[in-house]
Design a protein around this ligand. Sequence first.
Ligand code: SF4
Length: 322
Amino acid sequence: MKKVTVPFFISHQGCPHTCVFCDQRTISGSTGELPSTHDLLSKVDSWRRTAGERPLEVAFFGGTFTALPVAVQDKLLQPLQRLLASGEIRSIRISTRSDCIDDTTVTRLAGQGVTVIELGVQSMDDGVLERSGRGHTAADSQAAIRCIRKGGLTVGAQLMPGLPGDTSAKSLHSLQRVIAAGAGFVRIYPVVVLRGTELARRFQAGEFSPLSLDEGVQLCKVLLHESIKAAIPVIRIGLQADDGLNADTVLAGCRHPALGQLVRSELYFDLLCKLVLELPDGQTFSIRCHPSRVSDVAGPGRTSLARVGGGCCPPELFLNRP
Ligand code: SF4
């Protein structure tokens, strides 16, 4: 049964850095205030009532959870212990940086019910990390992933293609390295230039060009394909539609409210083309896919079918729902 995630955004809390692209308060729409015990319990209670039988997971997103003072981390986790013991929540997930995790921390968190740690890896290229003001290295991320795995927890890697100095080859290599290190899932967020950030200043000064939407889709398609081949889930592509991003906050970059669908559609389009090219001229055929994938296969506005049909196969091409 699919779990329900109860999100708490602790934007920038604990973070000792200012990455060139970061404006956590904008992308989470959060003030960054830490939730009180009352906030935690009442939100979980209200989500539990709508979740039905589905298990609940509490997630602390944004910020750098493990860079908070241990007493503060305990204050956030302690009220959840009773809910874990009673089964009212199933698990806890936190996010942090690659240089803010070690064996002792993983052991402590595991003992408090944390089962998943998401790492802001962004890139596994030291030049890209340096130019992006990340303040840690690729080796830090590799060690962090291994440390979390060793502690028996699931580790997710957040990657950000299109940072300063990045290339398609470096992005692909970054993905391959986090998978090789043991990441259990990835999130892919192509760079978006937010107003007020150092990246915005560089963009306006002509010192940085983000990926366009089309470039981002094509690159993410390659990354998604690589993840599928490695059987590593990509749980998110692009920032959420409700992440507080709009014309007032976004200056430039690869941004679309349904970026993940665009990427998946492009991947299926490539597959359709490959299949069609293997058919004899004039051959008609139907395509079967899982109902949840029909819109991805057909493309936005069924454009993938039109593109394939108009180029190299008969217009009778249609989708059959199984
Ligand atoms: S480590 Fe995370 S929260 Fe801190 S500045 Fe960078 S992106 Fe923002």
